[in-house]
Design a protein around this ligand. Structure first.
Ligand code: ADE
Length: 350
């Protein structure tokens, strides 16, 4: 399967360079560079049967794929949402493989001008999967060009200006749009309503992450004990992308120290060195939690105040850090703002 990509560089933040580097290397949840993505590509499962976790989503997709194949049609448009690193791109690539078509990958920020989206759409082959990442960031004109494309398989373009302007309709090959977003609430309802399936990706369970790490270790030809994989899994924030990244760092550590197999004590030693704690919290998580305690008496406090006090981007806190802290019960969202929990206080040793 050929994969076409267009991507943009990552956002910068005000975090000190060394901490940012450490975070990016170990816990980056939102890679946007070619290199990171292609590294990841070799570790992705190719078929639905090899995909670990997201049981309900897999069942829904299995039916949708088979139904579309039996009818000889493109699959219905699919909107995937949830925190970064949970497998939205992987699912899209798997759909294309299962349907026997190509997957074209792009992201909303790369579709700035009308000709960007028209160029992508007219070049699709029948049945192709078009993956648009960060679809909530699409501008209005691009979005409005997508509506008739998704609904009626046609592109409506305006030729000329003013009184002499004319609308032309261009037929498109049938295709499946897979939209991915970390913020379903930021999508307009006309766009959301044009997806036949809207599916949320969940954080992974410990045993699922352990299996993913064991599978990746096999691909990387790395010796690992199940307990070593579980130790890494426990610190992976329910996220396969982080699990695979931590595995690579632990592999480096094991190799340089000539320790042979990644056992539980070896994994623990390595991850302590990299300052990824038992719950998988990194420097920024601890900063957010400590700021809440030290500067805001544990809350409730608004997101903007946390962002200002930590120097971290508001959206990054909301999309990348907060979902996991909420999931493990370290943060609570109340109408008056975010609050620290007793569980988090215990973990931080207060
Ligand atoms: N690698 C990354 N995510 C995976 C998943 N869900 N299943 C198998 N391998 C993976």
């Amino acid at each position: 399967m050929a994969i076409k990509r267009s991507s943009e560089q990552g956002k910068s933040s005000e975090q000190p360079a060394n901490e940012r580097k450490q975070r990016n290397e170990l816990l980056q949840s939102n890679p946007t560079t070619e290199e990171t993505s292609s590294n990841e590509d070799s570790l992705r499962p190719q078929r639905l049967a090899d995909y670990i976790g997201q049981k309900d989503l897999k069942a829904v997709l299995d039916i949708a794929i088979n139904a579309a194949k039996q009818r000889g049609e493109a699959m219905d448009h699919l909107l995937l949402y949830g925190p970064p690193g949970l497998g939205k791109t992987t699912i899209s690539l798997i759909l294309a493989t299962e349907m026997g078509v190509q997957c074209k990958i792009t992201a909303a920020p790369a579709l700035e001008r009308p000709r960007d989206i028209t160029g992508v759409l007219v070049n699709l082959n029948p049945g192709d999967v078009l993956f648009i990442d960060e679809i909530h960031r699409m501008n209005r004109i691009t979005e409005e060009l997508l509506y008739p494309a998704m609904e009626d398989g046609r592109l409506d373009i305006t030729v000329g200006k003013g009184q002499s302007a004319k609308t032309r309709s261009i037929p498109l090959a049938p295709f499946t749009l897979v939209g991915a977003t970390t913020r379903i609430g930021a999508l307009t309802s006309p766009l959301r309503d044009r997806f036949g399936m809207i599916q949320r990706l969940q954080f992974y369970e410990l045993d699922e992450l352990t299996d993913i790490i064991l599978r990746t270790a096999k691909v990387l030809e790395t010796d690992i004990a199940t307990e070593g994989a579980t130790e890494i899994a426990a610190r992976s924030r329910g996220t396969p992308r982080i699990a695979n990244r931590l595995l690579k760092r632990v592999r480096d550590y094991t190799q340089v120290k000539a320790l042979g197999t990644i056992t539980q004590p070896v994994a623990e030693e390595a991850l302590e060195l990299f300052q990824v704690d038992k719950m998988g919290l990194d420097w920024t998580d601890r900063l957010i939690l400590n700021t809440l305690i030290d500067q805001f008496h544990g809350g409730p406090v608004g997101l903007d105040a946390i962002a200002a006090a930590t120097g971290e981007d508001r959206l990054t806190i909301e999309d990348v850090y907060e979902p996991y802290l909420l999931q493990i019960g370290f943060l609570q969202r109340t109408p008056r703002g975010r609050m620290i929990t007793e569980k988090a206080m215990d973990h931080l040793g207060y």
